[in-house]
Design a protein around this ligand. Structure first.
Ligand code: SF4
Ligand code: ZN
Length: 311
């Protein structure tokens, strides 16, 4: 396999694009494509302040790296979940994120859930009995809440996450299986800003997971290889495996699945009534973030339970 641009030995072969590139040209191609997606979906401009949610994994660190290489004003935010156990997942991902920020002279905000709310994620999950033994629903809730809070308090215009195509296709697959209209309407590369909540964007949503791995390795980015120990056996990993099987026999199937969904939604061909969108959102009476429930948002309601359990 030879690089299409220079003819030297290819580093990455992307069957779905019928494109092979050497390391040097691949490292140019990824930011060029990212810039193209940022413009196409009108994610943000060079004048806006971007907060990148960084987990220490290959996708979020690569995203930060790419945005900085493209000259955007991008600071990082790391959320310490307190998930350690055997592999020291949180300690290790925190260390790698700090190292990356230092090496590139970048600004990193760190929020530690235990310091902020008294307990690490697994204990909060136990105390609130949510999610049948897995802390993921509590974790997702807390991460979303903290990202919105920091973006709002520190005046960021945009919140960027490192979701790649494999992530997005798996979520889409899950939502399609149950035709979850409310989620389908909200899924996409950009979620517009809404009364005090920063715009949310996913600049890597058209890159395959293996493309991001190839980028991180080619750039020499040190990232945490292990997944969070609670990710094992999750539904999204199962969906990813199914989609990978499909991709093996039909290269490009994942990308087509996601892009045709975006296309259908844009042209109003999803057969979903628009009225479920933004159903009666109002600010939480405690933290001010938008919620559809009356009174407190789900995060503040969860914390009330935790506090009640402590007293
Ligand atoms: Fe949180 Fe880990 Fe679950 Fe992901 S897999 S939501 S990091 S607990
Ligand atoms: Zn709240």
């Amino acid at each position: 396999m030879k690089c299409r641009k220079c003819g030297s030995k290819a580093h990455v072969n992307m069957r779905q694009h019928k494109l092979a590139l050497c390391k040097e040209h691949y490292l140019e191609w990824v930011p060029e494509q990212t810039e193209r997606f940022i413009k196409k979906y009108q994610m943000f401009t060079h004048e806006e302040k971007i907060l990148v949610a960084v987990s220490g994994g290959k996708d979020s660190l690569s995203l930060w790296d790419i945005l900085v290489r493209l000259g955007y004003q991008a600071d990082g935010m790391y959320i310490g979940l307190g998930i350690n156990g055997g592999i020291h997942y949180s300690d290790e991902s925190h260390r790698l994120t700090e190292e990356f920020a230092q090496r590139h002279g970048l600004k990193l905000h760190v929020v530690d859930i235990e310091k902020e709310y008294g307990q690490p994620i697994p204990v909060l999950a136990e105390m609130t009995h949510r999610g049948q033994g897995k802390p993921c629903s509590v974790c997702g809730l807390a991460k979303r809440h903290e990202m919105n809070r920091i973006a709002r308090d520190l005046g960021y215009d945009v919140l960027a996450t490192g979701h790649n195509l494999d992530d997005e296709a798996a979520v889409l697959f899950g939502n399609t299986l149950t035709w979850a209209s409310e989620y389908l309407l909200r899924q996409g590369p950009v979620l517009p800003e809404n009364e005090g909540l920063a715009r949310k964007v996913k600049p890597l949503c058209r890159f395959y997971e293996r493309e991001m791995t190839a980028y991180a390795i080619a750039r020499g980015i040190e990232y945490i290889y292990d997944e969070c120990p609670y990710a094992e056996g999750s539904q999204s990993i199962y969906y990813k495996e199914l989609l990978n099987q499909l991709e093996t026999t039909r290269p490009g199937a994942k990308l087509t699945f996601y892009l045709s969904f975006l296309e259908a939604r844009k042209s109003g061909n999803l057969f979903i009534e628009k009225n479920v969108e933004q159903a009666h959102m109002h600010p939480c009476s405690k933290c001010g973030q938008l919620t559809s429930a009356p009174g407190l948002c789900s995060f503040c309601r969860m914390m009330e339970k935790v506090n009640a359990a402590v007293e």
